[in-house]
Design a protein around this ligand. Structure first.
Ligand code: ARG
Length: 461
């Protein structure tokens, strides 16, 4: 079968080369973006008097027919036509005859593929932001239900200070909010249109790039044709944003795995989000958060992969750049799946409030609060820290928590202690006392929740 570019060749392409260089197996995902770009291009060619109106009409009708056919699933793409661009062009010529061959006037596959990728990344960035919002909503739902749930806060995975579970969940809300900001900021750069850059140097036809830009709804055209066809920063940026998002998802997943373990027993994931063991009948495994954590590897991999592809490329287009696609397609699929699972999994998880409370009642996580107590009585913090260190050691040696020590025992360490110390040490009081901005005190978390809801409302408006 002769190639669209076959003129200067005297031999058929080696079959292995054909298979190795083709991208149609994966870039068929860009079919609708490719057609959208072509429709705008051909309309502009018509308006600029480069193609006669009849040809424009024929081409447009043909492209719409092809789009319908692809949508209905009846199209078989062929590897002989290498990629989505030439597959569609060939279908168009088969459909409408020689006029189809005019579509590629003033255009190259280099600016065409870059345009397809811009359209794809733009759409997927917006979808991503919407999917992240779904997870934020479920975090807010659980935070609201857990404004009175006390849990140990950790540093070094050692119990540090008690906190509200709502506070812990909202920490993830803000991470995700920054992720959305990053994606939405990257849209500024995805918003440049490469079409009209030609193969690398522009075109001899009197095209109107601004018009194509307007038709496709982009903010501006690339000012430099070499940059236009060889830039994949917008793909890298998407992958970088996706990687940070995936890191956040992975951290939350790790906590869900820990929390649902027998050792923690802080939450129970809904049965519909867990799987069993083929040998151990008692098992209920948190496969979903484990896989979310595991799939982080491939997303990071795609970012490093593309950075490596790009780093040594001379200007302008090089075939290496075809390698930008599978990584981003897989990243999009991985994240869409992750976010769509995460939202209902958070929403349906059962929070074991009593267990969480039991842990903060049976530890030394109120130690900072007695130190602060002595500071309020006039002792410098460093001295207070040393006194409390001694008390904690005494408690460990005598198997007593801080609330179990008698007044007499407290007085052995400092005369500054009074009966009011017992109130200060209650876990609820320990949490409430942290009423500084952004802290875990009830009042602060309520304010935070309001801010979070306002942020989401603003976006929906
Ligand atoms: N399939 C190619 C890609 O994805 C399209 C551009 C091909 N351009 C070229 N000059 N061979 O990058």
């Amino acid at each position: 079968m002769s190639k669209l570019w076959g003129g200067r060749f005297t031999k058929e392409t080696n079959k292995l080369v054909e298979e190795y260089t083709a991208s149609i197996q994966f870039d068929q995902k860009l079919a609708f973006e490719d057609i959208e770009g072509s429709l705008a291009h051909v309309q502009m060619l018509g308006e600029c008097g480069i193609l006669p109106a009849e040809d424009v009409k024929l081409i447009q009708t043909g492209l719409h027919k092809i789009a319908d056919r692809i949508r209905s699933g009846e199209v078989q793409f062929s590897i002989e036509n290498e990629d989505i661009h030439m597959n569609i062009e060939k279908m168009l010529i088969d459909e409408i005859g020689p006029a189809g061959g005019k579509l590629h006037t003033g255009r190259s596959r280099n600016d065409q593929v870059a345009t397809d990728m811009h359209l794809y990344v733009r759409k997927k960035t917006k979808d991503m932001i919407a999917n992240i919002t779904g997870v934020q909503e479920s975090l807010i739902h659980q935070a609201k239900a857990n404004m009175e749930t006390y849990m140990p806060g950790y540093t070094h995975l050692q119990r540090a200070q008690p906190i509200l579970f709502a506070h812990h969940l909202l920490a993830y809300f803000w991470m995700l909010e920054r992720d959305k900001e990053r994606f939405s900021d990257s849209l500024k750069r995805t918003d440049w249109l490469p079409l009209g850059a030609g193969a690398l140097a522009g075109t001899t036809f009197p095209i109107n790039r601004e018009r194509t830009c307007e038709l496709l709804g982009f903010g501006k055209i690339y000012p430099n044709s070499l940059d236009a066809v060889s830039d994949r920063d917008f793909v890298l940026e998407f992958l970088a944003d996706a990687s940070i998002l995936m890191a956040h998802i992975s951290r939350l997943s790790e906590e869900m795995v820990l929390w649902s373990s027998q050792e923690f027993q802080f939450i129970e994931l809904d049965d519909s989000f867990c799987t069993g063991s083929s040998i151990m009948p008692q098992k209920k495994n948190p496969d979903v958060p484990e896989l979310l954590r595991g799939k982080t590897g491939r997303v990071f991999g795609h970012l490093i992969g593309l950075l490596t592809v790009i780093k040594g490329l001379p200007l302008a287009y090089n075939k290496d750049m075809q390698e930008d696609k599978e990584g981003i397609f897989d990243t999009v699929e991985t994240l869409e799946g992750a976010l769509q699972l995460l939202a209902p999994m958070i929403q349906t998880m059962k929070v074991k409030k009593e267990n969480m409370f039991k842990t903060v009642s049976n530890d030394y996580s109120n130690a900072t609060d007695i130190a602060d107590y002595l500071v309020r009585k006039g002792l410098p913090f460093r001295d207070a820290h040393a006194v409390i260190g001694q008390i904690v050691l005494y408690g460990i040696q005598h198997r007593k928590y801080l609330l179990d020590l008698s007044m007499e025992e407290y007085h052995r360490f400092s005369p500054l202690f009074d009966k009011d110390i017992y109130k200060v040490l209650e876990p609820k009081q320990v949490v409430e006392a942290r009423n500084s901005a952004g802290g875990t005190g009830h009042e602060q978390v309520a304010l935070q929740l309001e801010m979070a809801e306002a942020v989401l409302k603003k976006m929906h408006a």
